[in-house]
Design a protein around this ligand. Structure first.
Ligand code: SAM
Length: 280
């Protein structure tokens, strides 16, 4: 299979001496069927700007460009990858720009990217959850991106999509994602699909931003879930004590049983708790 006339990934890695660095979470994808499947999971990319975190040697980048993206903005921390990415940029003139920096240092609102814009990434695992909370946990909503197709460790993917039906995985991340987005696991990717293979199975997750999530102050919601899940085995009447109001009244005001535990409380009730807390 060939998606462009560029050299195979293995050749590029050899040419630019891109031995994978564990400290940068470098687990590269070579399989063109898989990279195309990930790119296509983001929907029709014609006319769409895609932000890719960590393009590395450019396997997924090439699949995104071949799938018809109008423009790709790659954010790559490893300067060793820049020459390999330049080669791709030359093949797709004016369609690929690279920002050579740490994705964690970026002010996403200030980036002012043209809409529609989506994020697609085989994320470095050490910063994946932190990046996701930067994108969807900010004060401004909706974000500049309408959807995200992201690779996570399976265990993190399960926490992102969790509801009270999955009490073991349901926590602060599930509430945040359930409130502001619709998230689903699309498919699993086995360790041997990567080079070098990681220790665990990965999953590709699609996260679509809700335009109008239930109205709520993110700071208050975050405070409530921090207390509730900080002592997840305790009943709400105990775990919510630190909020500075009577936790039994707070729960009863929103129709929640104060003896319930955080892992049984659906997203709408956390939102109701936060809104009631702000009124009290
Ligand atoms: N996209 C390539 C692929 O799918 O084969 C590489 C994915 S690899 C899992 C993660 C990439 O993210 C690496 O290229 C790594 O250098 C880069 N990276 C790691 N930490 C980063 C950070 N904080 N900001 C931007 N890029 C980062």
């Amino acid at each position: 299979m060939s998606i462009d006339n560029l050299p195979p990934l293995r050749e590029i890695i050899e040419k630019y001496d891109l031995a994978a660095k564990k400290s940068l979470g470098q687990n590269f994808l070579f399989d063109l069927n898989l990279t195309s499947k990930i790119a296509k999971s983001a929907g029709d990319l014609n006319g769409v700007t895609v932000v890719e975190i960590g393009p590395g040697p450019g396997g997924l980048t090439r699949a995104i460009l071949a799938a018809g993206a109008k423009r790709v903005i790659g954010i790559e921390k490893d300067p060793r990858c820049l020459a390999a990415l330049d080669e791709i940029g030359a093949h797709y003139p004016d369609q690929l720009s690279i920002i050579s920096t740490d994705a964690l240092s970026i002010d996403w609102q200030a980036l002012s990217i043209e809409s529609p814009c989506r994020i697609i990434a085989n994320l470095p695992y050490n910063v994946g959850t932190l990046l996701l909370t930067h994108w969807i946990g900010g004060a401004h909503w909706p974000p500049p991106f309408d959807s995200f197709v992201l690779m996570f460790q399976r265990e993190v993917a399960e926490r992102i999509v969790a509801t009270p039906e999955n009490p073991h995985d349901y926590g602060r991340l599930g509430v945040l994602c359930g409130w502001r987005t619709e998230a689903k696991i699309l498919f699993d990717v086995p360790p041997q699909a990567f080079n070098p293979p990681p220790k665990v199975t990965s999953s590709v997750v699609k996260i679509t931003a809700r335009i109008n999530p239930l109205p709520c102050d993110i700071k208050t919601l975050s405070k409530v879930t921090q207390h509730a899940f900080g002592q997840r085995r305790k009943m709400l009447r105990q775990s919510l004590k630190g909020l500075g109001v009577d936790p039994i009244k707070l729960c009863e005001d929103v129709g929640l049983d104060p003896t319930a535990r955080a892992e049984t409380v659906p997203v709408e009730k956390f939102v109701a708790l936060a809104n009631r807390l702000d009124q009290l």
